[in-house]
Design a protein. Structure first.
Length: 239
């Protein structure tokens, strides 16, 4: 390579490098809170399976349909770009759904279309993985104690559907299949963060298994961070 070409290549690399910072994409971040009476989550009765029961000797596992901190931060809310994002190819990285202590971990899982999901059986007991999807074909897989891993993929985008275990009736989790990577699930602090969004206007939605959904329109610029907080309440009972 002569020095002229080298200069050209270096200049190109420099411009490219700077541009990647300029166009790093926008971020939406925030906190999901719950407002209302917080029920105490009942302990799960696992006595029917001594292996499950034995894994929670110190503290019983509890139901997870409404997990709220003392200051109202809501866990297991799914926040995602409902409208405005393009289709993205599946990442190489596998998503993981573990069956550990006879509960699903995580309780709410977001995956991309065609992304490989490793369904693990860490328990050494029989589980049955039964998907109740509507757009994607349902499956019903027995995972005997020696079956440590099963890989599945979902080929169509589909908002939340349950996966349950027919052996242990308390086992239930929720899966969303999204055609892009812009989603997050809140942890115990209620926080979510969606990064790398191309500049634009999007419909952002929060979903919770008992509290329903809420949407908001958000405009993000390259390199900027928008904060969006949600407060969810119990839906009114239908009369
Ligand atoms: Cu099970």
């Amino acid at each position: 390579m002569n020095s002229k070409t080298l200069r050209k290549v270096s200049l190109f690399a420099l411009v490219y490098f700077s541009m990647s910072f300029l166009f790093a994409g926008g971020t939406i971040t925030g906190t999901v809170k719950y407002e209302g009476k917080v029920p105490r989550m009942k302990a799960l009765k696992m006595a029917a399976d001594p292996i499950c029961d034995g894994k929670h000797k110190d503290a019983p596992a509890r139901m997870e349909w409404l997990v709220v901190s003392d200051s109202g931060e809501l866990k297991n809310a799914f926040v995602w770009i409902k409208e405005g994002a393009d289709n993205y190819p599946a990442p190489e990285e596998h998503a993981v759904l573990d069956q550990n202590g006879c509960i699903y971990s995580p309780h709410v899982l977001g995956v991309q279309v065609d992304q490989v999901v490793d369904i693990l059986n860490t328990d050494g007991t029989l589980h049955n993985v039964h998907s109740l999807s509507k757009r994607n074909p349902q499956f019903n897989i027995a995972m005997p104690k020696f079956k440590k891993k099963k890989e599945v993929t979902f080929t169509k985008s589909e908002m939340m559907f349950p996966i349950k275990c027919d052996v242990h009736p308390w086992m239930k989790c929720y899966v969303a299949v999204v055609n892009h990577p812009f989603f997050d699930v809140t942890g115990e602090d209620g926080n979510f963060k969606i990064s790398g969004l191309p500049a634009g206007t999007y419909t952002l939605e929060v979903w919770h298994e008992k509290l329903g959904t809420k949407t908001v329109s958000v405009t993000v610029a390259d390199g900027a961070t928008e904060t969006v907080d949600f407060t969810l309440t119990k839906p009114k009972k239908k009369k």
